[in-house]
Ligand binder design. Structure first.
Ligand SMILES: Cc1ncc(C[n+]2csc(CCOP(=O)(O)OP(=O)(O)O)c2C)c(N)n1
Ligand SMILES: [Mg+2]
Length: 804
């Protein structure tokens, strides 16, 4: 462990001085970055700025406790920590402020996140994992307050598994005996969020090496502690979590944010306990200030009293550290001022370099465009307007690629009737820029690695005479049994998943067989179940996180949307969390336990694959595919499918189903009926009745909503039937509208339609309870019959007379 200067008696006076001077240098450098950063925003070079001023010294202390293999899950105030650990630096900090889209210059997010959103590159450029144990790691920040907490739990829980499950000890790229700490940081006001308390409770239940620092500056933007925290005192209300005589609970520390020697001591002590004993720790860092207020969006003079502002000026951690250094004879005023001067110069130089590096490639593009536009002007009727546009572009102070696009487009419009070779070259340049823009801003929504789901080879299920017919639940149980056997990194958890093997017995007997580390119960805490999975997946494990019912996914939807779904995108392929979320829905009865809000889900979760298998064989094939891939997915099983009989494939542990490939369940020639999940069975019943009236319906199960029909199979069916119906149990305008947009617009199916396309969905309320409640809330064989028959009647009234 890196010993602290203040602690290590063996250190010479010179070494001690050197270390403290270096700490002061980093703190001061970080402060200068904040001050200059704000100026850059206020002079218009950057859009928004949020900085770590006031939190520097505590973060220096935290950095000294941070070791290789450890992880950070934090928020936008942590620049000093990032600098001190060399996970980031001043130049990269400014590159992010300017939104530099170059991943080498802005490795946290490639210009996709606003400043102060940190993260390291956990993946090689081909999407494979880098070794984590030989470097410092930071998960990628998100903006929602307390959104870093759920993932933190999983990062810490991974250490617990790596330590306690001996079978994992060979995975040394990710852990050395579970010695890694997950460091969390959070602002005082963000602890008002429910997720904070859920995660703190779960961390105490699980006893995981999670070290949470709360930077308490007594404000959340303008809102003071009295609106945020009971008794305005976080230490006091957290005290119930304190370790008991059995050692269960948290070690709690409280320390002042300007007190350098005590901060160093506290973090060393806290980290030792956390690392050695896996006892979770909370360090409440109080008396923290915000010298520049919350962000560049306003000034804190509007809401802080004079007394508070005066106090903040006096207890600013940097002057306080300086005072302590002078008083204790470590340095002198003159020496420190000399150091400060050097730092001011170097920060300025780094900022300038970052700005030039950001701007130069844009200027190069601009110059390419200007040259071509000037050439175009020579033969254009609107020559003078075109020349003036090009000179505006050439001379603009504030240059964005948007301006180049806008001018090229204007010039092309001005010469719409003057086709020429030079105009063609300008069109090509625009296409080239568009392609680059796509790569810069629209890539990596999903994995682009060789393990992306699209690259997993299909292996067909094999059936023989002896293939047994089982309940659906036994089919999926067999799939999981095989998965646990073949891959030690797979871990399943959720409410009732452990002892009873989930409420529908998909994991029945598997805890007994594979142990509690592999198959385990959790508390009722959907948000942090998913967070736990995210953190574990980031550390090389393969979590299957269960949400007991689809209706309760809402509690977790926020973190799925904000964290998992954006992870690849917000890091431009720098991080991944191949989490499998298993749940069940669509069909039972009542306002809850029967929902199918798939529209809400697919719209919130672009970046996660959304699978809706109609039975447990299909679900198993998807699990096998997903477990080979490096992508996150949500699998919604059919609640009424566990007791239905299915034939077990002989290769249940090996067969894989491709994603985005619909299946034609029934062939037909009059109408194409597109659906998924439990609705397949309702559709099949209606189709039988329609057949009796000479209507032949082709039934297509889309199987996965995201990705959706990647080979455009559905339009091929429409070419034959010239009619299309979309069916599901979502609200009107939900997933059926999504499918309609995909087929009618993307696949251009409108060209082949003889009648208007229709959708059949549930009513726009949650389903009522009981057999009749269900019948009158959701589509049923009668409503499907009526809708399709009516369509046929409109198409050919002579052949299909009105039936009512
Ligand atoms: C869920 C959510 N609500 C609101 C915001 C807007 N917001 C950003 S920072 C912030 C205050 C956070 O205060 P605190 O946690 O004390 O951190 P500090 O900025 O003081 O360090 C708010 C309300 C947000 N980012 N996320
Ligand atoms: Mg605060």
């Amino acid at each position: 462990m890196m010993e602290s200067a203040a602690e290590n008696a063996a250190m010479t006076k010179e070494e001690f001085k050197k270390e403290v001077m270096q700490d002061y240098r980093i703190a001061y450098e970080s402060r200068q970055a904040s001050l200059l950063g704000r100026k850059e925003v206020l002079t218009g070079k950057a859009k928004f700025g949020i900085f770590g001023d006031g939190k520097e010294v505590a973060q220096i202390a935290m950095a000294k406790a941070f070791q290789k293999g450890d992880f950070r899950s934090g928020y936008y105030r942590d620049q000093t920590f990032m600098f001190a650990t060399e996970m980031s630096n001043v130049r990269e900090f400014f590159a992010q402020l300017y939104a530099d889209p170059d991943v080498d210059r802005e490795p946290c997010s490639a210009g996709r996140s606003m400043n102060g959103h940190f993260g390291t590159r956990l993946l090689n450029t081909d999407g494979t994992w880098k070794t984590q144990t030989d470097r410092y790691n930071s998960s990628a920040d998100i903006s929602p307050t307390a959104g870093q907490m759920p993932r933190l739990l999983g990062l810490a829980y991974a250490s617990k598994l790596y330590r306690e499950n001996k079978e994992l000890h060979s995975l040394t790229d990710f852990s050395v005996n579970g010695n890694e700490i997950a460091f969390g940081t959070i602002g005082n006001a963000s602890t008002s969020e429910g997720g904070f308390w859920e995660v703190i409770n779960a961390g105490g239940v699980l006893q995981v090496p999670m070290l949470v620092s709360i930077w308490d500056d007594e404000y959340g933007i303008s809102v003071p502690a009295r609106y945020q925290t009971t008794k305005e005192n976080l230490s006091s209300i957290l005290s119930g979590f304190k370790t008991d005589e059995n050692g269960k609970g948290y070690e709690l520390f409280k320390v002042k944010g300007w007190d350098y020697p005590n901060l160093i001591k506290t973090y060393q002590k806290a980290a030792k306990i956390c690392r050695e004993f896996h006892t979770p720790v909370i360090i409440h860092v109080v008396e923290v200030t915000q010298p520049q207020g919350h962000s560049t969006s306003g000034s804190h003079e509007r809401y802080k009293s004079k007394e508070r502002l005066n106090w903040e000026a006096e207890y600013d951690c940097i002057p306080q550290m300086k005072k302590w250094m002078i008083e204790s004879g470590i340095s002198t005023e003159n020496e420190l001022e000399e150091l400060e001067k050097q730092v001011i110069t170097s920060v300025k130089a780094e900022q300038k370099a970052a700005w030039n590096n950001y701007l130069n490639p844009i200027k190069i593009d601009r110059d390419k465009a200007v040259t071509l536009i000037n050439e175009l002007a020579q033969s254009a009727t609107n020559s003078s307007i075109i020349l003036s546009l090009s000179s505006q572009l050439k001379n603009s102070d504030e240059l964005n690629r948007r301006d180049i696009f806008s001018v090229i487009n204007q010039c092309l419009r001005l010469t719409i009737n003057e086709k020429s070779e030079v105009r063609n070259r300008l069109i090509n340049l625009l296409a080239e820029f568009k392609g680059e823009g796509k790569e810069r801003y629209n890539s990596y929504v999903f994995s682009q690695s060789s393990q992306s789901v699209s690259k997993i080879k299909e292996i067909k299920p094999v059936y023989s005479e002896n293939s047994p017919i089982l309940d659906g639940r036994e089919v999926v149980q067999s799939c999981f049994d095989n998965a646990f056997e073949r891959d030690l990194s797979i871990v399943a958890f959720g409410e009732d998943v452990g002892k009873i093997g989930d409420v529908n017995q998909g994991f029945a007997g598997l805890q007994e067989k594979y142990g509690e580390h592999r198959v385990t119960d959790t508390g009722i805490r959907e948000l942090s179940i998913i967070g736990q999975a995210i953190g574990m997946a980031m550390r090389g494990l393969r979590p299957i996180a269960e949400i007991q019912y689809l209706d309760y996914l809402l509690y977790a939807l926020q973190i799925m949307s904000d964290d998992i779904a954006t992870l690849q995108y917000r890091t431009k392929g720098g991080q991944k969390a191949p989490v499998i979320i298993r749940t069940r829905g669509h069909r039972l009865e009542g306002v809850w336990h029967s929902g199918s809000p798939m529209g809400m889900i697919i719209h919130a979760l672009r970046g996660i694959h959304i699978l809706v298998p109609r039975n447990m064989c299909q679900a198993s094939g998807f699990y096998n595919t997903l477990l080979k891939s490096d992508e996150p997915a949500l699998v919604v099983e059919c609640l009424n499918g566990y007791r239905l009989k299915e034939k077990l494939p002989d290769n249940i542990g090996e067969f894989t189903l491709p994603l985005g490939v619909p299946e034609i369940l029934i062939e037909g020639s009059d109408v194409t009926l597109v659906t998924y999940g439990s609705s397949c069975r309702i559709a099949a019943e209606a189709i039988e009745n329609l057949a009796a009236h000479n209507i032949s319906v082709e039934l297509i199960d889309v199987q996965t909503l995201l990705p959706f029909d990647v080979n455009h199979l559905i339009v091929e069916s429409v070419k034959k039937t010239n009619k299309i119906v979309f069916l599901d149990e979502d609200v009107p305008g939900g997933s059926t509208s999504f499918m309609m947009q995909q087929v009618i617009e993307n696949q251009q199916a409108f060209k082949y339609l003889d009648v208007e396309p229709i959708s059949i969905s549930a009513n726009e309320h949650r389903p009522a309870y009981g057999t009749d409640g269900d019948y009158f809330s959701k589509p049923n064989p009668e409503t499907v019959f009526e809708a399709i028959y009516t369509m046929m009647h409109q198409y050919n009234p002579a052949k299909y007379p009105s039936w009512l």
